[in-house]
Design a protein around this ligand. Sequence first.
Ligand SMILES: [Cu+2]
Length: 178
Amino acid sequence: MKRNLTLLAPALFALTALTGCSYLGLSDSGDKAAMTPPPAAAPPPAPAAPQPTLAVAEGWAAVTPKGAKVAAGYFTAANGGAADDKLLSASSPRAARVELHEMSMSGKTMKMRPLKDGVAVPAGGSVAFKEGGMHLMFMGITAPFVAGEAVPVKLTFEKAGEVEVTLTVKPAGSGAQH
Ligand SMILES: [Cu+2]
């Protein structure tokens, strides 16, 4: 029996050592955990996806008669954003300047007046620039507007900023054709 106990002693020691080891191992693994790079931080919230704000469609401009110095352009602007916006101005490399105009009847006469305060485009709404109503007035055009060509226009909105559009030149009266 005595021998057996003697033999057991180293085994007990070994057990203790093992326990110590596993204790160390535990603390070691704790250290490892501390050294492990933290899980990749959640990516910062992506910058709010650009809200679909202003969509300009159905852009066209009317063919100009020979020698004309002015031309008219039309489009619809839809505001898909949550805030009201306003079309402030327009410009084009094809004209000295582009004004926002509105056609209206004054007695029996059609008159045009510049919309100097811009044109409101309410949130969720749209405005139509069309023949007989609001239109872009190209003043001092550089060359006649010929059917089929594309006229670049830059619309500047209060909130949406600059929106580039291309107007296709069509015969006057094309706005009514659908
Ligand atoms: Cu006009």
